[in-house]
Design a binder for this molecule. Structure first.
Ligand code: SF4
Length: 204
């Protein structure tokens, strides 16, 4: 029997990146191949859903957009079967991935978030195209080189830096300082700021 390990399913507005504000059903899968110190997702606690149960849950919501997220959703076994059912039902499907896996071609919008703290894992990138790349800003030696490396190896329409919470504080100053350094002497194709606006708006 096909079974999916689900942390949560909910409907909200996309809080980050190019599609900020887009009404969306979020399907958060369990499991990840990284363990970032500032991770704010409890991807180890999940419930098991059959394919039919999962499709029924999704069908309860109004939105025609879905974000497949995690954890790391490219690791999900039998994901193509779910995607094929969702496409047949007419959903627009986006994915949020850490960029270590290959994204299924049925996905309409690809957001990759490579992690600097695991930079050695990105030497052999499998997914070399994306709609957007979002990197969490970390003020450490080599961070800007990592951003440039990712830009050279993942062809995306947009590149973003995002602040994150470290020891209870948003590293906002570090983020905009790094953004200025990455964009130094660039006029076009600048990196942009992406905020986790759902946290300011007090939504999921
Ligand atoms: S890749 Fe994402 S889900 Fe996985 S540990 Fe890092 S922040 Fe958390």
């Amino acid at each position: 029997m096909i079974e999916y390990r689900i942390v949560e399913i909910f409907e909200s507005l996309q809080g980050e990146g190019y599609n900020t504000g887009m009404p969306t059903i979020f399907i958060r899968f369990a499991g990840c191949n990284l363990n970032c110190s500032w991770c704010d997702t409890n991807f180890r606690h999940f419930k098991r859903f059959s394919l039919e149960q999962l499709l029924a849950m999704v069908g309860q919501y109004k939105s025609s957009n879905i974000i497949i997220t995690g954890g790391e959703p490219t690791m999900v076994r039998d994901l193509p079967i779910l995607l094929s059912h969702l496409k047949q039902a007419g959903y627009y499907i986006a994915i949020e991935s850490n960029g270590l896996g290959k994204v299924d071609p049925l996905i309409d919008y690809v957001a990759l978030s490579p992690k600097f703290c695991y930079q050695s894992r990105y030497q052999n990138i499998l997914q070399s195209t994306a709609n957007e790349v979002r990197i969490v800003a970390e003020k450490q030696a080599g961070f800007i080189d990592f951003c440039h490396f990712i830009e050279q190896h993942i062809e995306a329409k947009r590149y973003y830096l995002s602040p994150c919470e470290i020891n209870g504080e948003m590293n906002m100053f570090d983020t905009i300082e790094l953004l200025g350094q990455i964009n130094h002497n660039r006029i076009d194709n600048k990196w942009l700021l992406s905020l986790q606006t759902h946290k300011f708006a007090n939504i999921e």
